[in-house]
Design a binder for this molecule. Sequence first.
Ligand code: BGC
Length: 749
Amino acid sequence: MARLTGTFWGIGEIRLNGQNATDEHLTPGWTPYSERLLVGTWDVTDLLHSGENVIGALVGDGWYRGRLGWDGRQEIYGDENAALLQLDVECVDGSLIRVASSQQWRVARGSIQSAGLYDGVAVDLRHEQRGWDSAGFDDSGWESARPAPVDTSVLEPRVTTGVRTVGEWGAQIAPRQGSTLVDTGQNIAGWLRLVVVGSSGDEVVVRHAEVLEPDGALHTASLRSARATDSYVLAHDGETVLEPHLTYHGFQFAEVVGASVVSATAVAISSADRPRAEFACADDRLNQLHSNVVWSQRANFVSLPTDCPQRDERLGWTGDAQVFAATACTLFDVESFWLSWMRDVALEQDDNGSIPSVVPNILAAVGTGDDRTWTSGRAGWADVATIAPWAVYESYGSDEILIRQLESMRRWVSHLEIRSAGNLLPAEFQFGDWLDPDAPADAPWKAKAPAEFVANAFFAHSARLLADAEELVGDATRAVLMRELAARVAELTWSRWGEEAIDTQSGAALALELHIAPPAEREHIGARLAEGVRDRSGRIATGFLGTPLVLHALAGAGHFDEAYEMLLRSQPPSWLYQVEMGATTVWERWDALDPAGHTLAASDGSDGMLSFNHYAYGAVVDWMYRAVAGLAPTRRSPGYRTMIVAPRPCRQIPWARASIETRLGTASVSWTIQDGDLEIDLVVPPGSEAVLDLATTESSRIVLNDLAYTGGLVSPGTHHVTVTSPRVFSAAGEASSPQNRASLTGPSL
Ligand code: BGC
């Protein structure tokens, strides 16, 4: 039995006897290193043999020492890389051998001349030290390792998964004049493994991009200062396999110059390596949208929840994480991922309780002097402190995250209380309903929904979530106080901005979903929201904060026809516009490509903020599970212990199904409209129960397993439900337009 324990100040890949010792990349991932550095443990028994064994590691800059952020800063955490490794072997005779990194170890530079997360690698294969990680290698020319001036008191065992390969497939290669174009068929975070033919000394350069310009050139402007380029100098004539280490790129396409390409393999990486849900329905465009969101989560769950995987950013933007939290929990088993990152959120919380806009917080040292309001405490961003723990609790059913985060939630809400001085939050910069499609391209915070309304709505929401958490795992007296605070802030917010706010989709959605509007107003707000949607043919008019809520708000007010009209619209701006334009992940901006395939140019004000892989708008998938397929967890009995079965059939979508691997087992709903009846197959896992909330008309009859159903909970097992004369909704405007569909291909995993 052999156990390997280790970490890096930087990032590393551990090698044992010429092989990778772990199946992970970018170890140990990114945490606020001065507070917390994660140590991994791996079983490496199968990699050892009798006789001489060799352990080593490739070490690079990563987040610790490399360039981070758009302002070119480096060495944010330290100026020297270091490795800490320990191998414990229990021999068959019971004796123990421990081999640990020390000054007896040796170091040298190999073929990798540089490796940066944003910039890629520069490799000179002529300097490769063949066999350096296997027995028999002569390392007498290598230098002795030096003790590094590092703080080992911050070491902590890692409780979440590492970054792994989640897919590998052959990419298409197309020779062009002087280069080869590689198309992976799918926008990913990862890299290419190439087999090339060239001559010794040739330089092979691989540049990456998410999309092509209409003339076929790589679109690299959106990468901003990230070079996203791997270069290799070949060491011999003939075939060579090229694969980068200690970096990753966000890309679908690559251009290779300097050698002819024999084959290209796409390697996709992610920390989200265990899908837990499946969704399918009669409209392939929605299935593609679902796939796009799944891939955006994969590409942006790389050690931490990032905004994007390609440009000089890739930061843990708290708003993006907040908006997507519920959807992320549905799609993948990422409970431990959240437990880990939320711990970082608490560690990075400012002394005054404010939550930074990015975690790990590399903005703390940005641009001293000028207005730094935006770096911390912004509505909808900082509220990740309260919203994400609830999403995790509701989806997986364990209150552990609430227990662990309670103090951080309290500190955030009391910070808001202090800032509001017993009243409302003052007017100040907010990201607001960021990237509202009607905001100027160069001022994405200038949304239609009033920023102060949005800010205070989130204040009330955070107070209410804290009250819920106090009731469950905290202090009952505080729960009462928080509920009063939430009610007071909601009331003040409503009376000050309510009327103005509900004229906007996001304002109405927040008023309803965050319970800002008084109960008596809800019906009228829902009706007005629905009317606006009808009047504008389902045109989406929400940014980051309104988008996850708008369909829930329509549905909650009973306006499913309008919710479907928005969901199924394919004219820009809409979710399906990007699908029909051939997207394989979710775009950052609704208008990232015009119908002719031109990218929104920096000169149009995009300022290079034009990612094709931002998951925020993908939060709509949560609604597809809950309302289209009709499978949802409940707040009061979380983790699908009580599951809600509430499909809302739509004329344009005659069948849908979804399943989720809950902690109790598989939960699934599959329905179809047959001869005018709604036929539902249902699987309720052991230890769970289902609430049926069905779309009926006055003449409907409900039959459960051949018996008339008159109400009550459905017990574990497999069931069949028939609803005669069900209520079937209908999206006005466009229906599915198969002739319009882009060719939707990609790898199947
Ligand atoms: C990021 C966003 C983020 C935003 C905040 C952008 O540059 O990519 O997703 O939330 O800044 O302003």
